[in-house]
Design a protein. Sequence first.
Length: 445
Amino acid sequence: MYAVYSILIVLFFILTSPYLLYQAVRYRKYVTSLRQRLGYLPLSFNLDGDDSIWIHAVSVGEVLTARALLPELRERYPRLRIFLSTTTMTGQQIARNNLQYVDEVFYFPFDLRFIVRRTLRLVRPKLFIVMETEIWPNLLRACREAGVKTVLVNGRISSRSYPRYRMARSFFRVVLSHVDRFCMQSAESARRIVEIGADPSRVVVTGSLKFDSLDIPGAPGTAADRGRNRVLRYFRVATDRPVVMAASTLKGEEEPVFEAFQRIRATRSNALLIIAPRKPERFDDVERIARRAGWDVARRSELRVDAEPRNDVIVLDTIGELAQLYQIGTVVFVGGSLVDAGGHNILEPAVFGKPIVFGPHMENFAEIAQAFLDQGAAVQVRNGRELEAALLALLGDPVRRASLGAAARALVEANRGARAKSLSAMAQLLPPENAGNVRPFRLVQ
């Protein structure tokens, strides 16, 4: 089975090589990361061959979720280095620029046996932590062979992926036997992973770590608050100016957003739209779409500090600033949900008590989205026309906005606690060390 799986990986790379080459030439993707993806890490990466904890976080969302674990991992295991891998370039940027307590960041290796074994020899993990449900058969088997404990944290099995896993249940039963602990977000995800082959005795429901990973707004004027809010200096928006935010949009969502904004501007001529494409390679496309629609457009990177943007539309073309920008939004639409992409994180605007609107496709956050709807903490729409109606209604109803925002903030605060449960599960696999000589960590200013 593993041989067939490895052959399929090689065939996949062969078939997708024209696309990968285009991405490399057009957007400089994969070029600088290829050596690391082949298991060749810099000589300085782990020069002394120290033991470590290896955390894998695919992209931005998983990296930000991993933040919740890092301080206590450093405190509990002071003699182990902490390494973090990502798959995407944006995840790599966020990890390098925004994470404390991490010794080194690198790109996740291709899941071929000789590559992952080479990476394991260099990283030397005692514990491998994979964020959410990233199941890599060859790496998990190599971890078991090397005596590395493995834990899946914040795990979930979506309704979309569940049937596919079940089709290959006989294979995944073998693969999942190499995972020592499954920390699942919900009872339903726990049931599903058992159904596809996980040992029930290794499965625990911890809740969603995303709630614990959020930066709860601090006291105004503190150093931490000033650092987080630096981006707000580029958005000195008047208090009476409505700000519509369209966050993490994907192809096919910008046009409905601009159509809705056209209606909004008919009654609120000073309204501002901040639109944040999910993928950096789409910044240019979204700017062109906005200009074709007749809007006065600027990019965030072009704005002057300590000034109010006088444009109609701002394209957020920076990485890592969206979460803090939510606090100036009057109403927030979270993308990836009007198109069939599974949705994106609605907790970041919720922590600021913002009224949230999302589309029908929230499969990747099904339990969280349903909780928000049940508690009257968000509005779900089915299409662009309903999006337009929802945004218009909320902009005209401050009481409704306040009610939604308060319910969203309360729901976030009530659901924190997955961190302690996840760390407890890890401690059963790798008992914490006694405090001793603490290894220095990289502090990001």
